[in-house]
Ligand binder design. Structure first.
Ligand SMILES: C[S@@+](CC[C@H](N)C(=O)[O-])C[C@H]1O[C@@H](n2cnc3c(N)ncnc32)[C@H](O)[C@@H]1O
Length: 241
């Protein structure tokens, strides 16, 4: 296991139970932005002509406690959550149950797309041909963002959408991250991404059709035990060629 993966598992296992409380303002904003951009993200949902009466499958990778999965649950037939942290997987499944969403429709299990055994561990048909593969606020935690995106694109149907929410790389981000605890810093691979980097990653990952990036003009707060600061999020989507 890589050091950064171990650091992520340590940090997020510890904080899983309070993640949605700690980040409630940011989460509310991201849920609202997701609702309002749903048709911008993809044209295939259960309530659109493209998806009506068909299977609509969402992969929520590095899903955390699953608030975006829960927002989108009414518009899909199946959601698979995957996260490296067992603590987060437990929260995801607990919160889905509390929301009255059956496990046949929405459930998570532990996994790491960058690991050697990923193809073997997730080889069934339920892990392929997704309409949307989503990564929220996690790409900057991965040791190899491009490889993770390529492997997610492998799991999409042709024309399926890769959708990323992450933070913009801004000059102050480097400075803010220096103030984080060593434990939190060890779980971060990069401070964020520029719009040009994002477009390039989508093209290289094989999701270069109709790539769109939108900067969300509502900075969100990140509270850690050592330091609280603001970041700006972007939404990006592209389709598998
Ligand atoms: C900041 S949280 C984001 C959670 C959620 N997606 C959200 O939008 O709030 C980052 C998540 O990435 C997960 N993670 C980090 N590295 C991972 C990896 N290599 N594979 C799967 N999950 C990973 C962590 O366990 C954590 O749940």
């Amino acid at each position: 296991m890589t050091d950064i993966l171990e650091a992520n598992i340590r940090v997020f296992n510890k904080d899983a139970h309070k993640y949605e409380t700690d980040f409630q303002e940011a989460i509310r904003m991201l849920c609202e932005e997701t609702e309002s951009r749903r048709l911008w993200i993809s044209s295939k949902w259960s309530d659109t002509p493209e998806g009506n009466g068909k299977d609509v499958k969402l992969l929520d990778y590095a899903c955390g406690p699953g608030y975006i999965s829960r927002v989108l649950a009414p518009y899909v037939t199946k959601i698979v959550g995957i996260d490296a942290s067992e603590g987060m997987v437990g929260e995801y499944n607990k919160k889905a149950q509390e929301a009255g969403i059956p496990p046949e429709k929405m459930s998570a299990r532990a996994g790491n797309i960058l690991g050697d055994s990923f193809s073997e561990d997730f080889k069934g048909p339920e892990y392929h041909d997704f309409d949307v593969a989503f990564v929220g606020l996690a790409l900057h935690h991965f040791s190899d963002p491009l490889l993770s995106m390529k492997r997610l694109v492998d799991r999409l149907r042709v024309g399926g959408v890769l959708w990323i929410i992450d933070a913009l790389d801004q000059p102050h981000a480097h400075h803010e991250h220096e103030k984080l605890s060593p434990e939190t810093k060890a779980a971060i691979h990069t401070h964020g991404f520029t719009v040009d980097q994002v477009k390039d990653l989508f093209a290289q990952a094989g999701a270069g059709a109709d790539v769109r990036v939108e900067v969300i003009d509502k900075p969100f707060e990140i509270k850690t035990p050592n330091h609280t600061f603001k970041r700006t999020a972007f939404f990006a989507r592209g389709q598998k060629l």
